[in-house]
Design a protein around this ligand. Structure first.
Ligand SMILES: [Zn+2]
Length: 297
């Protein structure tokens, strides 16, 4: 019997019904980590140690979060996946090979995602129902991917930057949780507006580079958005030697490499307001989506 047959997404969903929204009405912030190996094949693996450092940080602050794990990272270190689950976190999928969805074909994505979902479920013994696209690449050109997610049994996605953005971006998408026509719940990235750009300020490089006044100004724009933060193992890796990454230029490589000491300092401040993993907040997000059915995509 496979893990999927043991615990269905529906069971997980029902289990989550017992949890009230965090913060007694004041929205808390869900912590999420996109576990991936950004270094080229053959380079020494740094992501397992950094992921464990994040696990220690979260344990020290009593935080249970959601870890979206890239399929090839899970294959490279299955013990790490088991450890993340054992330490009380939800396991989600961060695609199978970290290629932007708009550069995938539906057939390749379906086959890769089917394998990686099964692999993660076999490792941890629970259903994997959450998905985060690489680099928020759920965009109008990759809208087809939602159908594949629904077909494979994913209940939710947190893959959309709702508006025009420098990376990814889905102009016209609601900023609050909403349901795609296929039934998959979308929990969009919390964003603020700077000029014409929509900025997913609550994680990644934005968290590392925004000056405090700008960061607080963007936080004030949160309103009724689902509040969550995200980082990658490399976002805290202050000791990684600089190298030009194969998938981007010198400038982007330097930006990705520098200023990594800021991430955990900002997470320290957010930790006091932590909320539960996504899977436990689905009733809350679903009710927000349900009130706004007119905005179905
Ligand atoms: Zn990623």
């Amino acid at each position: 019997m496979t893990a999927q047959e043991n615990i269905s997404p529906a069971t997980l969903w029902q289990q989550s019904q017992g949890h009230a929204p965090a913060g007694g009405g004041a929205p808390g912030v869900t912590f999420s980590v996109d576990v991936e190996d950004h270094l080229p094949a053959g380079a020494a693996r740094r992501f397992p140690a950094m992921t464990r450092r994040l696990l220690d940080f979260m344990e020290g602050h009593g935080i249970a979060g959601t870890f979206f794990i890239e399929g090839s990272a899970a294959r490279a270190d299955p013990d790490l996946v088991r450890e993340i689950a054992r330490r009380g976190h939800e396991i989600g999928s961060h695609s199978y090979r970290h290629v932007a969805l708009d550069r995938e074909t539906p057939d390749a994505f379906r086959a890769g995602m089917r394998d990686t979902k099964r692999h993660l479920e076999d490792l941890v013994g629970t259903a994997v129902i959450g998905f985060r696209a690489p680099a928020f690449s759920l965009v109008p050109a990759s809208r087809w991917a939602v159908g594949v997610l629904a077909e494979l049994g994913f209940a939710y996605s947190s893959s959309v930057v709702p508006g025009p953005a420098l990376i990814g971006g889905y102009p016209g998408a609601p900023r609050h949780p909403f349901k795609w026509a296929e039934g998959v719940l979308e929990i969009p990235c919390p964003v603020g507006r700077v000029g014409r750009w929509t900025v997913p300020f609550q994680g990644g490089m934005y968290l590392r580079y925004l000056p405090p006044w700008r960061y607080r100004w963007l936080q004030a724009q949160l309103g009724q958005q689902a509040n969550w933060t995200y980082c990658h193992p490399y976002d805290i890796d202050v000791d990684e030697p600089f190298s030009r990454l194969a998938w981007c230029g010198w400038t982007a490589s330097a930006l990705l490499w520098a200023n990594r000491g800021v991430t955990l300092r900002r997470w320290e401040r957010l930790a006091a307001h932590s909320a539960r993993p996504f899977v436990e907040r689905l009733p809350e997000f679903t009710s927000q989506a349900g009130r706004k059915k007119a905005l179905l995509f």
